[in-house]
Design a protein around this ligand. Structure first.
Ligand SMILES: Cc1cc2nc3c(=O)[nH]c(=O)nc-3n(C[C@H](O)[C@H](O)[C@H](O)COP(=O)(O)O)c2cc1C
Length: 224
């Protein structure tokens, strides 16, 4: 079956990665501990900076939000906004925004954007980020980010007690040369993207490539 699929897609099988060879794995025979409080312990979720226009006479917003891919085709992504944060009302007001992917050199400015509110200051001035303009949506961008996903909201869901999920279609994606290969595939090993951990509140770069989607059936064509 696996060989048949490999032939069907005409792909050379990659060398499978054997998790047992990774000596840094936690001891599977160690005791499992129940934590005092449950949490979304998921390390690490890619760091993103959402940019969106401000309300009238207010500065544009740069927010750190949890994101998730909803679908690769059509390209759809979700973000979660808490009612206490400015991004929430602005997403409802404008319905268009940009997801800017920061790199490791931007981590301090990333934290400044997170730790400050645009209710009191312009986050572009605080962070030193260069304000750009999206091509297909009405929203600002962070020019230093090598990837911009330009998004338009298509659905939303209230999540008690205080969150709202916004599902958006990605209507345009722009990238810096070097962030993708000649076929337009994301080149993670060449750009120091980073993630943020739920469970320890830290930032980590993405580490090393350990495989690819479809490697167990000899596929290298899946991009999403
Ligand atoms: C790791 C991390 C994840 C966050 N996720 C969200 C989120 O999903 N939704 C949200 O509304 N705020 C989230 N925040 C917090 C805000 O985006 C951030 O503090 C915001 O910049 C505050 O600005 P404001 O008060 O002007 O909205 C997150 C912060 C961090 C560090």
């Amino acid at each position: 079956m696996l060989a048949a699929l490999g032939t069907m897609w005409s792909c050379a099988p990659e060398t499978p990665v054997n998790p047992a060879e990774n000596t840094d794995e936690p001891d599977p025979d160690g005791p499992r501990i129940v934590l005092a409080s449950p949490g979304p312990m998921i390390p690490p979720v890619p760091a993103i900076l959402l940019t969106i226009e401000g309300a009238e006479d207010e500065p544009d917003e740069i927010s750190v939000l949890w994101t998730f891919v909803v679908s690769g085709d059509p390209p759809q992504i979700g973000v979660s906004a808490a009612s206490e944060h400015r991004a929430r009302g602005l997403l409802e007001l404008h319905t268009e925004f940009v997801l800017n992917l920061p790199t490791a050199t931007m981590v301090e400015a990333f934290d400044i954007a997170d730790m400050n509110s645009s209710r009191t200051a312009d986050k572009f001035e605080l962070t030193g980020f260069t304000r750009g303009r999206a091509l297909a949506v009405d929203a600002p961008t962070i020019e230093e980010s090598p990837i911009h996903c330009e998004c338009r909201i298509i659905a939303s869901l209230d999540v008690p007690p205080d969150r709202k999920l916004f599902i958006a279609e990605i209507v345009a994606t722009t990238v810096s040369e070097g962030a993708v290969d000649s076929e337009g595939r994301l080149n993670v090993s060449r750009v120091p993207f980073f993630g943020m951990t739920a469970g320890s509140g830290e930032h980590y770069t993405m580490g090393e490539r350990i495989g690819n989607i479809g490697m167990t059936v000899g596929r290298t064509d899946i991009k999403y």
